[in-house]
Design a protein around this ligand. Structure first.
Ligand code: HEM
Length: 221
């Protein structure tokens, strides 16, 4: 316990916890996105509902769900603590941000914080719409497909999602760059490879997610 507390107290320890929990959340996003792509299958949501049913009844997946929420809390908590520490130790509040690849971490932080706040807000709305009804309502919704189709047929809700997913892309892009800088990858000869993998997470996956509300808004209604 003492070793963990010493690790947690060090600034690199908190950054490692943030990075590892962030990578774990990215893995979840990739799986979540893969399953949600079934929404595009023109079978009235049959396969999507079967996959959702499997995910919500499988004991291994339910256990991973607990780890997922621990990961979200760890990422959020370490992010807030790092943010407060940096804010308190900065003598002059700057107003100009440089966002080049080699920009110092200090200039990346405001963008990470702003996008993190919107992603956090998005997550609360998202869980309230999709997850809470499934887990806690006495009479859960008929099917996940109907739940998703109904939510995304509302233009306000659908457009909020698309905007929030742009912020998610932004957050992941700066999160990856910041993490790579901490780990020293930004100066390594494999930087191009790591950057290429990061693009899948920060660009391709959020775009695929954003295509879902767009599909229900403009092609299914
Ligand atoms: C835009 C397309 C998305 C759709 C259609 C979608 C759909 C869903 C549905 C139906 C559930 C409930 C699953 C169940 O209880 O059986 C769920 C849960 C969840 N979603 Fe999403 N989601 C989307 C995007 C996202 C994004 C971008 C994130 C994260 C930033 C996210 C994070 C979560 C989390 C943490 C849960 C609860 C854990 C779980 O049940 O797996 N989702 N989502």
């Amino acid at each position: 316990m003492n070793k963990f507390m010493a690790f947690w107290r060090s600034s690199v320890g908190k950054k490692i916890i943030m990075g590892v929990s962030g990578l774990f959340l990215c893995t979840f996003l990739a799986v979540h996105c893969g399953i949600n792509l079934l929404l595009f299958k023109s079978d009235g949501g049959q396969l999507y509902n079967e996959a959702s049913e499997f995910m919500s009844s499988n004991i291994v997946i339910r256990t991973v769900e607990v780890v997922l929420f621990v990961g979200i809390v760890a990422h959020l908590f370490s992010g807030v603590v790092v943010w407060i520490k940096n804010w308190m130790s900065r003598p002059v509040r700057y107003s100009v941000y440089r966002l080049k690849d080699n920009a110092p971490l200090s200039s990346r932080r405001p963008m990470l914080t702003a996008s993190a706040s919107l992603v956090g807000f998005f997550l609360v709305i998202h869980l309230q719409t999709f997850w809470i009804p499934n887990r806690f309502w006495a009479e859960p919704p008929e099917s996940n497909y109907d739940l998703v189709a109904a939510a995304f047929s509302d233009p306000v809700y659908g457009i909020f999602y698309i905007v929030a997913l742009l912020f998610l892309a932004f957050h992941l892009k700066h999160g990856f760059q910041s993490g790579f800088q901490t780990l020293g990858v930004s100066t390594s000869k494999y930087k191009w490879l790591v950057d290429a993998v990061a693009v899948i997470f920060w660009l391709v996956i959020p775009l695929a997610f954003a295509a879902m509300p767009a599909y229900f808004l403009w092609f299914k209604s």
